[in-house]
Design a protein around this ligand. Structure first.
Ligand SMILES: NC(=O)c1ccc[n+]([C@@H]2O[C@H](COP(=O)([O-])OP(=O)(O)OC[C@H]3O[C@@H](n4cnc5c(N)ncnc54)[C@H](O)[C@@H]3O)[C@@H](O)[C@H]2O)c1
Length: 248
């Protein structure tokens, strides 16, 4: 029960890595809000998990929607200890100059603007309590980028820099800010990175991961639990690879 008594919001918590983080947080004693644009999936997951798990429909790229999410969490929980900015999207593997402006804007909105909007809505609360943990789900794409995912890669590099500067600015207020850099993982998003989900393409990706497997939602849950727990009370501003050695 390493998160006993803690409260958390996990954006994009209804699928993939976010769902793995929600399951681990709940198993370790936290009360969790699953905040996702797919409200049906969030509600279905919350009702399966029982008391202490809430569902909230949110578009993390929309200021009013994020404010409503923050208000709902504070009113239900009475205070917020942990915010996980996990919701993210990518454009398909494409030469950089051929990504449409709409796709570019979507990546910027969901992967980057969301970090600003959740900070605007929740940092004042964390500052006023003198405690809090924010975790941004970035990517190995921000450290060791693959070609044809240029604007996605750049959004994750931005997220890593945002993590470090948020950490240094919020440290005097007792708020820690860290990131995780997952390698390609077994989630519904994987096929968008692969371009075509074939055994050959999977083998090509796997060949770049020394430990020889894709990441799993449980891997992200375990790492997130550590960084958001009091065990990591001296750790802020790190972007920790969960990548089986991909970035070595
Ligand atoms: N899967 C991978 O290979 C991989 C690798 C590195 C990093 N990541 C990152 O991990 C995070 C989670 O990815 P995943 O693979 O679990 O993806 P996923 O597609 O399985 O889940 C993403 C969730 O985010 C939700 N979402 C999308 N747009 C939203 C919005 N505007 N507002 C609120 N919710 C929204 C979706 O409904 C979905 O439930 C993302 O930030 C992604 O960039 C994924």
């Amino acid at each position: 029960m390493r998160l006993d008594g803690k409260t958390a919001i996990v954006t994009g918590g209804a699928s993939g890595f976010g769902a793995g983080i929600v399951r681990k947080f709940v198993a370790e004693g936290a009360r969790v809000m699953i905040a996702d644009i797919n409200g049906d999936a969030a509600r279905a997951m919350a009702s399966d998990m029982g008391d202490g798990v809430l569902a909230q429909t949110v578009d993390v790229g929309d200021g009013a929607s994020v404010q409503a999410m923050a208000d709902a969490a504070l009113s239900a929980f009475g205070g917020l200890d942990i915010l996980v900015n996990n919701a993210g999207v990518t454009h398909l593997p494409t030469p950089m100059e051929e990504v449409s402006e709409d796709e570019f804007d979507r990546v910027v909105r969901v992967n980057m603007k969301s970090v600003y909007l959740t900070a605007r809505a929740l940092v004042p609360h964390m500052k006023s309590r003198g405690t809090g943990a924010i975790l941004n789900i970035a990517s190995t794409a921000g450290v060791s980028p693959r070609p044809r995912l240029n604007w996605y890669n750049a959004s994750k590099g931005w997220m890593i820099t945002a993590t470090r500067t948020m950490a240094v600015e919020l440290a005097p207020d007792g708020v820690r800010v860290n990131a995780l850099n997952p390698v390609a993982g077994e989630t519904p998003l994987l096929k968008s990175f692969l371009g075509e989900d074939t055994p050959e393409m999977r083998a090509k990706f796997l060949a770049t991961i020394p430990l020889g497997r894709f990441s799993q939602p449980e891997d992200l849950g375990n790492a997130a639990c550590f960084l958001c727990s009091d065990e990591a009370s001296m750790i802020t501003g790190v972007a920790m690879e969960v990548d089986g050695g991909r970035c070595i």
